[in-house]
Design a protein around this ligand. Sequence first.
Ligand code: NAD
Length: 528
Amino acid sequence: MTATGGTALRRPASVTDELLERLVARVPGSSGATWKLAEVYTGEVLVELPQSTPTDIERAFHEARAAQKLWSQWSVKKRLEVFERAHTLLVDNALTTADLIQVESGKNRRMAVEETCDPPMIISHYLKRAPSLLKPKTRGGPIPFLSTSTEVHVPKGVVGIIAPWNFPFATGLSDAIPALMAGNAVVVKPDNKTALSPLYGISLLEEAGLPKGLFQVVCGEGPDVGPTLIDNADYIMFTGSTATGRVIGERAGRNLIGCCLELGGKNPMIVLDDLDEAGVEEWVQSSVFAVFGNTGQICMHIERIYLPDSRYDELSAAFVKAAEGLKIGAAYDFGPEIGSLVSVDHKDRVASHVADAVAKGATVRTGGRERPEIGPAFFEPTVLEGVTKDMLAGQTETFGPVVALHRYRTVDEAVHLANDTDYGLNASVWSGDIARAEAVAARIESGNVNINDGLATAYASKGTPSGGVKNSGVGARHGDQGLLKYTDVKNVAVLKKQVLGARPGQDYDAYVKQMLSSLKLMKKLRIR
Ligand code: NAD
């Protein structure tokens, strides 16, 4: 593992004090309390982030509601024009966005730039899809020719979004975009550590013509902000840990509002025994990213790899060699392949999973150490063997650059081990034979399964819903439901003439006979 950085690190030139002050100025904080938002690589405080009180949050909802009343009157076409312009601005300013993502999250530059692509991809998808999704759909009603029923999608009102720190720009913006397109206002609560990039993205949306007041930002610790935010929202979109998801879901349930919960994972990868030389090479390259990309802080990243016993030595050696070759470092250029963890607290949590595993008998094939000489929250890419379910790393999400390698003897055993978890967010299956991999994928309990890839193919397929099963979530983002979940359905039914019920003077037995035979006729004629 080679290392860079640690000395003479200069903050990116675009991240000026003036920009930072301008970004945080829109966060309400009437109590004067602030959070010291720091540059991860150095620990240096960048800006004091205002912390919103319950009164501030209520006011943000009040303003959002007023703006939403007007916005929802705009035609869909006019609303989408804002996003046509926003797409250009987001792409043109991607490098400044990446600078902000890097300073606040400590991720490496390659990953920060990739993250900037997510909201433009979401915009492109829904620019194409939103007009037909939001168009009223008229169908025949219960009385053929004399009745109609129209499905009208009306915005929920004000959507509350609670976002995590691992992809702050993507989760802060990408889930808001379809909500706004559908005619809602949004109040977002980013994580305190990573509020800068979403604030910057929102300023670009406003530059593109999003009405002021429509997209509000409130900041604070989750338990302080969460209750008021949920109690004022008409729908909640949450991305974060399973533990917090339960708290959010319970409160949303009490308020009888809908919610989408995108939670954690303990994602397995099964490698079948038929990869040829080229297949092994592709697998190594892709799986190293699937495990260590974003320093392992991707909800869909792989934490368990199941290798066939017959090829365990060869495959595990190739994977470990690739992990050892990764360049780890603190830099605002494209050099390092692995960046920092988000905070010292999180680094301590990751380290505790490794220490617990080793204490209970696991072995470290590579990595396993903190790297304070690079930066305060660096931890090496780590490959473990002998991890069992009584270890923290064997059961709960580590969410860091740590993976456990396991042997399996039969495919049935591999599937059983992959499914032996409370989570069900992502899985990966590798084979030289796609049909064989698909048959295994069909048996895995997971909201996403990537075949011959680790995670990116499923996540980047914006037309297909993506969510978790079991303890990994409720609902999904992307696809048609990624927009329609932010709407209520109104069924507007029209009856052109009163023909239901017996005619005046009609014998009721005759009426029932006539009604039952019309049911048969409707089925025969396929009339709904
Ligand atoms: P977290 O649950 O601690 O925090 C997520 C957000 O919720 C933060 O903004 C936090 O301030 C807020 N929060 C915390 N407690 C709250 C409460 N009681 N009420 C309201 N809000 C509260 O998660 P995290 O550590 O920030 O993020 C990492 C987790 O997110 C991992 O488990 C990861 O798998 C998950 N994640 C899931 C997805 C997905 O799409 N499934 C994507 C990214 C991250």
